[in-house]
Design a protein around this ligand. Structure first.
Ligand SMILES: [Zn+2]
Ligand SMILES: [Zn+2]
Length: 318
């Protein structure tokens, strides 16, 4: 039975209705812990797609004097993104007291009949340790995360104090890398329609007079390809690239707004929720609009999933 995937959208795990079925939940260490999330797999597939099509198909078709810049800039950005992405996924963002815990085992299910909140007075009843004033218990990871920002489904890991910069660098490098892929794919697409001979500068094209024959994975592992494959792949890459750039730009803009206002994603949503509560819920309020964009990207359900603000913390004075 896959106990870790239960209630994936909650921030505070609760006991089952009736309290009879008390299944212990295990906590996840990082983004590689089981179970994987479909969006995590999609992120890796998109990365592979952009890396293979740009380095293997589009850049080799660029004019010879563009090749060094194409390979170096795109390569650096793809490798850089790979490094920060892997680090953001691999790092355990848990509160330091949770990481220091010597005992490991099933985490108890939260019992609302005994406690009003998972964390009270900076003590987590599930992790069974004192935690920092900005730590929150993520139910997807089932552990307290230091300076909790949000649980990222694309990383399949929580984003907190320890990996927030890596997360941000991952977004920036992905955005820049996809922009470079878009440049090469757009050039190849337009040139294929205007003057395909300008793309056939590699030596492999000079040994054949068949202008309908194209190659992919030049120059090291050339594979014959039909001409139609090139513009179709370029069009698909441009479509996926524009969609990815739009989502990443929105996410980056949102986090720049949060940094400017010294807020975490969690605090922003709690604030919006509070505002919505005072104004009364309405389908046309900006909160609903913001939530519409945030939910798919940030995996936070403003109405049901967030913990209510905790009791005043005596030990930390928060
Ligand atoms: Zn906890
Ligand atoms: Zn989490």
């Amino acid at each position: 039975m896959d106990v870790c995937s239960r209630n994936p959208n909650r921030t505070s795990p609760v006991s089952e209705a009736g309290g009879g079925d008390q299944v212990p939940l295990c906590s996840r260490t990082n983004g590689w812990s089981w179970p994987p999330h479909p969006l995590q797999l999609l992120a890796w597939l998109l990365y592979l797609f952009f890396a293979i099509t740009s380095l293997g198909i589009f850049i080799p078709l660029l004019p010879p004097h563009w090749l060094p810049a194409g390979y170096i800039c795109t390569g650096i950005m793809l490798v850089g993104h790979l490094c920060v992405h892997v680090m953001a996924v691999s790092l355990d963002p848990a509160d330091q007291n949770v990481r220091r815990k010597t005992t490991s085992g099933p985490v108890p299910v939260f019992d609302r009949s005994r406690h009003a909140h998972v964390i009270e007075n900076c003590h987590c009843y599930l992790c069974q340790v004192d935690v920092g004033p900005k730590s929150k218990h993520c139910s997807s990871c089932n552990k307290c995360v230091a300076s909790f920002d949000h649980h990222c489904r694309w990383l399949n890991n929580c984003v907190g104090r320890r990996n927030y910069k890596l997360f941000l660098n991952s977004v920036i490098s992905a955005l820049l890398g996809i922009c470079l892929v878009l440049v090469s794919a757009t050039y190849v697409f337009i040139q294929f329609l205007l003057d395909p001979s300008q793309l056939r500068t590699d030596t492999h094209f000079q040994v054949t007079n068949d202008t309908g024959l194209w190659f992919v994975f030049l120059p090291l592992a050339p594979v014959d390809s039909a001409g139609a494959v090139i513009p179709v792949l370029a069009a698909v890459t441009i479509g996926l690239g524009l969609l990815s750039c739009t989502l990443l730009s929105h996410l980056l803009g949102f986090h720049m707004y949060l940094m400017w206002n010294r807020l975490s994603t969690y605090e922003y949503i709690v604030k919006q929720r509070h505002r919505q509560g005072t104004r009364g819920a309405s389908a046309k309020t900006p909160t609903r609009k913001a939530s519409f964009y945030l939910i798919p990207v940030l995996n936070i359900k403003p109405k049901t999933q967030l913990q209510t603000p905790r009791h005043k913390c005596k030990s930390h004075g928060c």
